[in-house]
Write a protein that binds this ligand. Structure first.
Ligand SMILES: Cc1cc2nc3c(=O)[nH]c(=O)nc-3n(C[C@H](O)[C@H](O)[C@H](O)COP(=O)(O)OP(=O)(O)OC[C@H]3O[C@@H](n4cnc5c(N)ncnc54)[C@H](O)[C@@H]3O)c2cc1C
Length: 201
């Protein structure tokens, strides 16, 4: 078992703390199941949240994009950021409106990005991204050339100050007369699955 992540004042889970965890393996598993993160940062005094693709390698999350990407440039300049990843596993329907909920697995991280400049490291990260899409894909397409690598900004974001939160299972049991209400209760699972490939012309 790997060493748990250290809780900080920023990552202290307040409400429903029993759903929270700092288990590094759980955090990594959630990150490895999702494809998109949301990066929150402050630009010119305005908070912004931008969705983007990522791949995890060890204790780092890698983001990439154009050299002119506003969010990546803010991170490359050492700006503070918060990154969140969310997987929705089900809609939780209860007999009372109040107890409706969502089954989810999520991670929240805080930190500062690291600009990746070495071309071999950039190539490695971009290969990981391809492999995350389809295993073996990095051997089934032309890899970025030097010009493409130079026009791509790659940022490593530390998975160090991070928390995970998980809700699973049925709705909370209703109390008193509410337990007898004649309404359906249960979970509607939500799945993200791969469909049949559609070939490009
Ligand atoms: C898909 C989804 C739907 C949700 N819907 C609702 C909703 O409708 N209403 C609602 O009240 N809550 C909802 N939540 C839970 C919500 O994310 C927060 O956990 C909740 O707002 C409690 O915040 P807080 O004030 O206790 O903590 P905050 O003070 O907001 O957070 C303190 C710290 O706890 C950690 N933390 C908090 N939430 C999460 C999380 N989800 N994952 C990982 N770390 C976390 C972070 O490190 C954060 O900095 C939802 C979560 C998900 C993933």
């Amino acid at each position: 078992m790997s060493k748990p992540l250290e809780m900080t004042e920023r990552t202290r889970i307040r409400r429903k703390a029993n759903r929270g965890t700092y288990d590094r393996d759980v955090v990594h598993d959630i990150l490895d199941d999702a494809y998109v993160c949301h990066v929150g940062f402050v630009a010119n005094g305005t908070p912004v949240v931008i969705p983007t693709a990522y791949v995890r390698d060890g204790d780092e999350l890698y983001l990439h994009g154009s050299n002119s990407n506003h969010m990546l440039r803010a991170l490359a300049d050492g700006g503070d950021a918060s990154v969140a990843v969310t997987l929705i596993d089900g809609l939780v329907l209860a007999r009372t409106a109040f107890h409706h909920s969502v089954n989810y697995r999520s991670v929240v991280m805080f930190g500062r990005g690291r600009r990746v400049d070495a071309l071999d490291e950039k190539q490695r990260v971009l290969t990981l991204l391809l492999e995350r899409m389809v295993v073996g894909r990095s051997r089934a397409c032309r890899l970025p050339n030097e010009h493409e690598l130079l026009s791509t900004l790659v940022i490593g974001f530390p998975i160090v100050e991070a928390s995970a939160k998980i809700r699973s299972g049925p709705p909370l049991p209703e109390e008193g007369d509410d337990a007898q209400l004649p309404y359906w209760a249960g979970v509607i699972p939500l799945l993200t699955t791969r469909g049949a490939p559609v070939e490009a012309s």
